[in-house]
Design a protein around this ligand. Structure first.
Ligand SMILES: Nc1ncnc2c1ncn2[C@@H]1O[C@H](COP(=O)(O)OP(=O)(O)OP(=O)(O)O)[C@@H](O)[C@H]1O
Length: 232
């Protein structure tokens, strides 16, 4: 079986001027079911990496295969469709619609998957149960805690059954107790077989991953274990 993510010589240089080699050419395999943390200091290339993996930016070098699909051969519409089906995004700032219920927020993520409204509602309810929020399905984010909002965002990311959950500082807006409960949820989803990539400054989040990847000055080190300094 091919890895979920396969980089061969993948790099991204912003054209500038001056040109910025934000991600140096690298090889990387992330297998189905892995839980990987990507850590590095500010400006090291973490967002660039996330944007490439998340099909938001095209690499300027190399080959990126997602689930065995060579992403370079795809047009913009195909990339968008692949992103919607295979990648669930979780962001630091949740990005929920504040005056829509939890269910509606999750259902919106399914708008383009062709399912009928009743079936979307049922799938949204299932996703909210999976993150322990069945009882909040009719609540709106403005009345929810940060941890609950992030769990709604995780339900939204899961609802299309993605190949990978791509998390950008998922605990960045949470206090440590709440962060812990969100990290416990991610651990549980990983135990259920989900592939998770977490980009983080948070040592607590990084140590939970099976594998840690460090970025420094655009160099991806797939063998490094983060020391404290790598996270700042
Ligand atoms: N659109 C762009 N054009 C040119 N240079 C850019 C662009 N976006 C980012 N960079 C540069 O690329 C390098 C990597 O930036 P990136 O945002 O990926 O780092 P990061 O690790 O995510 O940082 P932070 O933790 O502060 O968010 C930095 O030197 C940054 O200034």
């Amino acid at each position: 079986m091919s890895p979920v993510i396969r980089f061969r010589g993948v790099g991204l240089t912003y054209p500038g001027p001056p040109a910025v080699p934000a991600l140096r050419p690298c090889d990387l395999d992330i297998e189905a079911g892995e839980h990987v943390a990507v850590v590095g200091p500010s400006g090291s290339g973490k967002s660039t990496f996330l944007n490439v993996v998340g099909l938001l930016d095209r690499p300027t070098q190399g080959t990126y295969e997602l689930d065995g699909i060579d992403t370079a051969s795809l047009g913009e519409a195909e990339r968008t469709a692949l992103r919607g089906r295979r990648i669930g995004f979780v962001f630091q700032a949740f990005h929920l619609l504040p005056y829509r219920t939890a269910t509606e927020n999750v259902m919106l993520a399914q708008l383009y998957n062709g399912a009928a409204r009743a079936s979307r509602r049922a799938t949204a309810a299932e996703a909210l149960s999976r993150v322990g929020l069945a009882h909040k399905r009719n609540a709106v984010p403005t009345t929810m805690s940060g941890g609950e909002r992030q769990r709604v965002a995780i339900a939204r990311a899961l609802v299309n059954r993605p190949s990978i959950l791509l998390c950008d500082e998922p605990t960045g807006n949470l206090d440590s107790g709440t962060a812990d409960s969100v990290l416990n949820l991610l651990d549980r989803l990983h135990e259920d077989g989900l592939t998770i990539v977490v980009i983080t400054h948070d040592l607590d989040a990084a140590v939970r991953a099976q594998r840690r990847i460090t970025i420094r000055d655009g160099h991806l080190d797939v063998t490094a274990e983060p020391v404290d300094g790598a996270l700042r």
